[in-house]
Ligand binder design. Sequence first.
Ligand code: NDP
Ligand code: 8X3
Length: 252
Amino acid sequence: MEQRTIFITGASAGFGAAIARRFAAEGARIVATARRAERLDDLRKELGDDVVLPVALDVRDRAAIERVVTDLPPDFADVDVLVNNAGLALGLEPAHEADPNDWQRMLDTNCAGLMHCTRALLPGMVERGRGHVVNMGSIAGSYPYPGGNVYGATKAFVQQFSRNLRADLLGTGVRVTCVEPGLVGGTEFSSVRFGGDSERAAAPYTNTEPLTPEDIAETVHWVVSQPPHVNVNAVELMPVSQAFGPMRIHRT
Ligand code: NDP
Ligand code: 8X3
């Protein structure tokens, strides 16, 4: 197989790091981006100088995204796969008690960041007549839950943006997939959501078997490894130990 170049946002932890490892195992080149440069450097040391290009990037900084893409060295410049994975949930308070700054940060990261990374890398893909944008959605984008307010809404944006990208990219050879996981353990997601409160962060994973970051990496690898005429529009996956609940009814 031809050597692929994968540009990953949020490669310093969780899904992003697992996706980097999965693609490195098949000999791909990885542009590994996130804010914590030292973590990316560890990934470079682990996977190899020729394999990982660590790039410090805050996806909320649109000018920085454009700079990073323009300045990619020739070996990493022809990006085949963009994995828009950087994202976060903050808090689980009801809308009338949530911190508006948290809401803004989720919008800036999960929506604006994803949108501008896509915009920066798409022209090259269209010009080359091939490419794949994999967006990290969530079951929270399809199914509401108490306290999911803006986080779920950002992931609904990711789903619909993915579908609209497909509409725009018809005939270009560029593919788009939205991956929508449920409960996944072994990442920093819950710790970030609860501001480092380890007890609250651990609660969702107690006495259950969640998905793993490696399950997500395998899914991303699978969607981009389909024959060129196949576009997997969306993949929703949950652990067997997770399912839908009934509608709630308030009774007086
Ligand atoms: P982690 O918290 O482990 O990883 C998040 C990654 O995003 C980190 O590498 C972090 O890097 C990066 N990131 C956060 N903010 C920014 C920013 N402003 N600029 C650049 N990078 C940023 O979470 P997960 O791996 O669990 O989550 C990855 C994605 O999957 C997210 O979009 C999340 O919403 C989604 N998801 C997670 C699920 C779960 O249960 N874990 C389920 C469904 C979806 P750094 O801090 O170094 O910048
Ligand atoms: C993460 C899954 O259920 O915590 O996107 O929102 S959930």
